[in-house]
Design a protein around this ligand. Sequence first.
Ligand code: B12
Length: 221
Amino acid sequence: MATQEELLEKLKEGVVEYEEDTVKEASQQWLDEGYVALDGIMDGLAAGMEIVGDLYDKNEYFVPEVLMCADALYGGLAILRPHVPDSDEGVNAQVVIGSIQGDVHDIGKNLVKMMFDVAGWDVHDLGRDVPLENFVEEQLRTDSEVVAMSAMMTTTMLGMKKVIAMIKEKNPNVAIMLGGAPVTKDVANLFGADGYAESAGNAVSEGIKMIGRLREMRAKG
Ligand code: B12
């Protein structure tokens, strides 16, 4: 019998120490104990990755360690993700998502994607390092109401401004949401985006709000 706190610690530490087997074992134990899968993902795996981010920022970890930490996180995610129940938030919507051109960071983007997925949205994931025009093309192809872009670098972030202009020019009736560590609400406003969320936890509720505003605008003609 392990408590939630003990297992969360094990999940976090497993990610930080890049012990994929420990993470997988703790993830399975988490399920066996009947704890909520999403809590294990957010408060265990993602929280561990945040610590990894700090270690990287302090030059204690470098790229190889970080990649192994990411592998450990994904090992746990593969076990926990199938046990996150669909939450019907009553919105039938489509979202195009991807990490912007030049940016290979996709861990945060994948968590946001998962949140849209479990909320019942149709998610069109373009992956990472996505050429700017692909966002425009995929939005038109799928007629998605929302486009969600992730950037983790100040340099790549600038590409999002271009995509917003390109999309709005072709189709003004699209709600565009930005996210990623360097992105703030002010940046999102400055770039002309319609929404912003600082974490995967509130991406869906922000998406729902944006869709509400969009549908209202459309109804008014
Ligand atoms: C993991 C990591 C990597 C991994 C990426 C693996 C992968 N598959 O993603 C690897 C090792 C490959 C890597 C490489 C590089 N990295 Co790096 N990396 C990181 C690190 C340590 C952690 C990022 C992470 O995964 N965090 C955990 C997740 C869960 O959090 P998150 O990404 O912030 O996402 C959350 C929110 O931001 C939000 N969110 C994210 N996207 C979106 C999208 C939407 C729509 C919404 C609503 C919300 C949302 O929700 C998420 C969950 O709650 C950060 C350091 C840091 N402190 O962030 C540096 C960091 C991002 N990297 C950095 C750099 C510079 C690089 C390299 C250029 C390094 C190099 N010299 O080679 C390369 C090249 C990358 C490239 N071309 O893209 C810098 C960027 C600096 C800057 N501000 O421009 C950082 C900040 C480190 C630093 N302090 O220097 N990196």
